[in-house]
Design a protein around this ligand. Structure first.
Ligand code: E4P
Length: 217
């Protein structure tokens, strides 16, 4: 499974890219709004840093506007993947952009039917939002399982990109289910590193080593 970081913050991207953990980046208007500066320059720098797929989302809600913005975003860098919301206009825009050879990530997917329709019109990625489903008392990961099953049995090339990840278990379950990509914010990546037994174990190894060295003098 590929691993993307869900942020528009360059410092966070650099931190995990240096560790070779990050294959791509997902952004959205809320994430880009948190960063100071020109969004086109920020996206360009992200692309140059990650050298992998970088999702950048349109904010227009009509097909013509999505096409205009999508083409403009794609002109920033060849790594850009145009993100469109799952609406009727978004589906139309996805189809047209895909037929022009653009990669499109259809976002805000909350049902298998939506994912299937997006795949039918040529989406390169569909983004089911697991955390937001959990937030309303549903089980987000059940949706991922359904989509993976449908895409596998229908031979659809669209990649399942698990989004709205809230904790490491979402990532691990996504990998077990055969999702193609999981995108996580930096806070969740940090949680993946942490285990109290690792800290306790390391502390004990170092103390034992120190004790043995002191006894030798
Ligand atoms: C994915 O592409 C989205 O940017 C993101 O995962 C949304 O997550 P949230 O529900 O934490 O805002």
């Amino acid at each position: 499974m590929k691993f993307f970081i869900d942020t528009a913050n360059l410092e966070e991207i650099r931190r995990y890219k240096e560790m070779h953990l990050v294959d791509g980046v997902t952004t959205n208007p809320s994430l880009l709004a948190k960063e100071a500066g020109d969004y086109r320059q920020i996206l360009k720098q992200i692309c140059q840093t990650v050298k992998g797929p970088v999702s950048a989302e349109v904010v227009a809600t009509d097909t013509a506007g999505m096409l205009r913005e999508g083409r403009d975003l794609a002109s920033i860098d060849p790594h850009i993947v145009i993100k469109v919301p799952f609406t009727k206009d978004g589906v139309k825009a996805c189809n047209m952009l895909a037929s022009e050879g653009q990669r499109v990530n259809v976002t805000l997917i909350f049902s298998a039917a939506q994912a299937w329709l997006a795949a039918k019109v040529g989406a390169a990625y569909v983004s089911p939002f697991v955390g937001r489903l959990d937030d309303i008392g549903a089980t987000g990961m059940n949706l991922v399982r359904e989509i993976v099953d449908i895409f596998d049995s229908s031979d659809l090339a669209t990649e399942v990109l698990v989004a709205s990840v809230r904790h490491p278990i979402h990532i691990i379950e996504a990998a077990r289910m055969g999702a193609d990509v999981s995108t996580a914010p930096a806070a969740v990546i940090e949680q993946c590193f942490k285990h109290p037994l690792t800290d306790i174990g390391l502390e004990r190894f170092l103390k034992d080593w120190e004790k043995a060295q002191a006894a030798r003098v």
